[in-house]
Ligand binder design. Structure first.
Ligand SMILES: Cc1cc2nc3c(=O)[nH]c(=O)nc-3n(C[C@H](O)[C@H](O)[C@H](O)COP(=O)(O)OP(=O)(O)OC[C@H]3O[C@@H](n4cnc5c(N)ncnc54)[C@H](O)[C@@H]3O)c2cc1C
Length: 499
């Protein structure tokens, strides 16, 4: 192999890309990761300003549990002999919802059921039956090693070892959460709550959220729990890179891939913005499917399968993100790390409707100067609202929209406005620019009702030699989900390369 030749090239160092790369170096592959930005992590990256270390996106982290098979971030780090200290978060979310519905999702399952049932005593039984059904999904997932569903020998082995769990998963694969919830629950307000329970990570209501994903999220929060990485979410990518390099893998920053090179119909390499070319037996794209198939490959190479997928799935909105530094006294003792705020159920999916809040300094105070906290608040926003504006109009719109969100936050955190120390606002344009995601999208969402997870593509693509990994592949958005995608992509490629 010459210096520019590798077994595998990974385009992008999001968590999906890094997990693929580390799984493969651990098996002895020669791997190169090409990242367009100056640090790894993508949506799980960070930035520093005036003594604050802000998470770019994710702050509510699943997958750091110590038991079972679904703790994929723990496992991904272990695979390359690195570790990360984490801090348990005992309440996943404090919801502030219409009609004064205030609910905390406690790590303790019974405590959560009790709290929710106290708001809907007539649905006590239905609540338990619904969430218990989610556990059944989770228990199936958590009893098998989670690897590539495209690898027949693995599927046969897992089936022979645990036929009950596999058949269970096959049953749930085509189901959506809303349909299951309606088997047990009648109260329209409670069904709205279940919608929000799904929306806050899938960005679609329960009727369009696959039951497999809900089973994972609604149970793992009480099992492995939510755990925050000490030093900030950016540490996950930093540690994975450390592991990659310990195993002789390479990563290049400021290396934006402009083209996937093909020979015949096969992917054989990549060209970066400087004109340099790199070649490999397998190419993995950690970009969104829209970026992979509409920017990196010539239009005539878009496979018909991708066109069909784009008819079924669309880009979710992006976010307006507020990164705030606030005086510590703004947050009274007992304030939880994650909050969801919505005043009107009809606005749940609207632009600037649902407001998400994370305050990671409640778990790791070292992320802010002494006496201050970080508040990261974000709310859905579409790129179209931010296009064709003069620089002045863009700045004015940013300020006005951010102020409207802060006014709403003031109601749950009285004194916030007076206690503001630092403020930075990102728009869908910021997400597009720094995360290189088309329209700044959070990821794919079904256009209409789909059959559970059956429509989400796995890692192989119709182009020989080209694989996709990350949130536009099965099972979708979220760090533990893309870690799953990375593990299965690494597994599939390792089998293909006889590693
Ligand atoms: C505001 C926000 C909040 C979130 N909150 C949570 C949360 O609390 N919990 C949770 O689990 N998840 C959360 N998520 C979702 C989660 O962060 C993502 O699903 C996940 O990080 C996506 O990972 P990925 O591997 O698909 O790739 P990405 O994170 O998109 O990374 C892709 C990488 O590829 C690079 N790249 C792109 N194009 C090129 C190119 N042409 N050449 C070279 N490099 C390229 C990018 O720079 C980037 O580094 C949140 C996301 C956002 C935006």
């Amino acid at each position: 192999m010459t210096t520019n030749e590798y077994d595998v090239i990974v385009i992008g160092s999001g968590i999906g890309g890094l997990v693929t790369a580390t799984q493969l170096v651990a098996k002895g592959a020669k791997v190169l990761v090409l990242e367009s930005y100056i640090i790894p992590g993508g949506s799980a990256g960070y930035f520093e300003r005036e003594g604050y270390r802000f998470d770019v996106g994710a702050s509510m982290i699943f997958g750091f549990g110590q038991k079972g098979t679904t703790n994929l971030l723990t496992r991904a780090l272990e695979a390359v002999n690195v570790e990360l200290e984490t801090i348990p978060d005992l309440v996943q979310i404090h919801y502030h919802l219409p009609y004064d519905l205030e609910v905390k999702v406690h790590r303790d399952y019974e405590k959560f059921l009790q709290e929710l049932s106290s708001h809907f005593p007539h649905e006590r039984e239905g609540i338990r039956k619904f969430y218990d059904e989610c556990w059944r999904v989770f228990n199936c997932l958590n009893s098998i090693p989670l690897l590539s569903l495209e690898e027949p020998r693995y599927l046969t082995r897992v089936f022979c070892q645990n036929p009950g769990a596999c058949l269970g998963l096959v049953k749930y694969l085509p189901l959506n959460t809303g349909d299951v919830a309606r088997q047990y629950i009648r109260d329209p307000q409670l069904l709205k709550f279940i919608d929000m329970e799904c929306y806050c990570w899938s960005v679609v209501p329960a009727q369009r959220t696959p039951m497999i994903n809900a089973g994972m999220v609604f149970s793992d929060r009480h099992y492995g729990g939510i755990n925050y990485p000490k030093g900030g979410v950016g540490q996950i990518a930093q540690k994975l890179v450390q592991g990659l390099e310990n195993y002789d893998g390479e990563i290049k920053y400021q290396a934006r891939v402009t083209n996937i090179l093909t020979k015949g119909k096969k992917a054989i390499g990549v060209r970066i913005a400087t004109g340099e070319e790199f070649y490999a037996k397998r190419i993995v794209s950690n970009c969104t499917r829209w970026d992979t198939f509409s920017s990196l490959l010539p239009p005539e190479m878009i496979p018909p399968q991708e066109k069909r997928w784009q008819q079924r799935y669309q880009k979710s909105p992006s976010f307006l993100s507020l990164h705030l530094g606030v005086k510590a006294e703004v947050l009274p003792p007992g304030t939880e790390c994650h909050h969801i705020l919505l005043e009107d159920w009809d606005k749940m999916e609207a632009s600037c409707g649902t407001v998400f809040v994370s305050i990671p300094t409640l778990l790791d105070p070292d992320l802010a100067p002494t006496g201050y906290h970080i508040i990261h608040s974000f709310t859905p926003s579409w790129i179209d609202e931010w296009q064709n504006l003069s620089p002045k109009a863009y700045e004015q719109k940013k300020e006005a929209t951010a102020n409207a969100v802060i006014d709403r936050l003031e109601k749950i955190f009285p004194g916030l406005i007076a206690g503001l120390d630092y403020q930075e606002v990102g728009t869908p344009r910021t997400h597009r620019r720094f995360l290189r995601r088309q329209d700044g999208t959070y990821g794919p969402i079904p256009r209409g009702k789909t059959y559970g997870l059956l429509g989400m593509p796995f890692n192989k693509t119709a182009i020989p030699g080209l694989y996709c990994v990350g949130d536009s592949t099965f099972p979708g958005q979220g760090l533990n989900a893309v870690a799953f995608s990375g593990m299965s992509c690494g597994h599939r490629i390792a089998v293909d390369l006889n590693l």
